[in-house]
Design a binder for this molecule. Structure first.
Ligand SMILES: CSCCC(=O)C(=O)COP(=O)(O)O
Length: 260
């Protein structure tokens, strides 16, 4: 029987991919390689663009009085080490509270690029994700990603997975450039961008606050509950459909078109 939606929108961390892969492999990779990465790529344009994003965010954070925020000075002939030190301090501070903000996410993606290209990093994707994506393809349902990770990082992640290059499955990618994952308007923007009604999109995520925002925007939704995800409350389970495996969506009445 046909699904009751035309588009699938997927979160990454805790949904397609285990949270420990992000927290125990990807994030430590950034911390371990940061100083060396700055030294080796200092004169690259991509580095300059990423530093400028961090610098602008830092100015905003300091002016808003965020505890722990530090400025990143403009570079002069004799302060390169000071600038690098400030960048390291700033990134470590933002990562200490897993900040989901563009400047940090863009920088993380930039560092991961070398790890994915060298083969040191390989994304773990749950087996059922591949099986479900093949089924969605058979139904001509388009699959999109919406993650706090930058679009270029998303492409790296799915381009270098333990199941091979998965980019062929995706029709598009969204990051927080379209808006925060916790805001209803972001989901309205996504529906507009794709060109379908909100009710024709199903959003799958482990994050209950994201699910609420998408639901408020009129999306179909389901919470994905994987091992090591944050525990769900009784109310979360009462108010939402919860899947432990993507394949469950193909047999759940709420996601099947009874007329189809
Ligand atoms: C390209 S996503 C890498 C993981 C990451 O940095 C992240 O913040 C995951 O966010 P999500 O919105 O997918 O939970």
């Amino acid at each position: 029987m046909r699904p009751s939606y035309k588009i699938v929108l997927l979160d990454i961390e805790g949904t397609t991919t285990p949270i420990p892969f992000v927290h125990e492999i990807l994030f430590p990779y950034v911390k371990k390689n940061l100083a060396k990465f700055l030294d080796e790529n200092w004169s690259e344009n991509e580095m300059k663009e990423n530093i400028q994003l961090l610098r602008e965010q830092a100015m905003k954070d300091v002016s808003e009085g965020l505890a722990g925020a530090n400025l990143i000075p403009e570079e002069t002939d004799d302060n390169v080490d000071e600038v690098k030190k400030a960048i390291i301090q700033n990134i470590e501070w933002q990562m200490s509270f897993d900040r989901k903000i563009k400047a940090l996410k863009s920088f993380q993606g930039y560092i991961w690029k070398s790890g994915f290209i060298s083969g040191e990093l390989e994304t773990i994707v749950y087996n059922d994700v591949i099986e479900a994506m093949n089924k969605w393809k058979d139904f001509e349902i388009k699959i999109f990603i919406y993650s706090s990770g930058s679009v270029s990082a998303q492409k790296l992640l799915f381009g270098h997975s333990d199941k091979g290059n998965l980019l062929k499955y995706f029709s598009g990618y969204f990051d927080t450039t379209i808006g925060s994952k916790l805001e209803k308007d972001s989901y309205l923007n996504i529906a507009k961008h794709i060109g379908v009604e909100q009710k024709d999109i199903v959003f799958l995520s482990d994050n209950v606050k994201e699910i609420h925002a998408a639901k408020n925007a009129g999306f179909q939704t389901a919470i994905v509950d994987r091992p090591n995800n944050a525990p769900l409350s009784d109310d979360d389970r009462k108010d939402n459909v919860v899947f432990t495996n993507f394949l469950q969506i193909f047999t759940h009445n709420s996601y099947i078109d009874s007329l189809g």
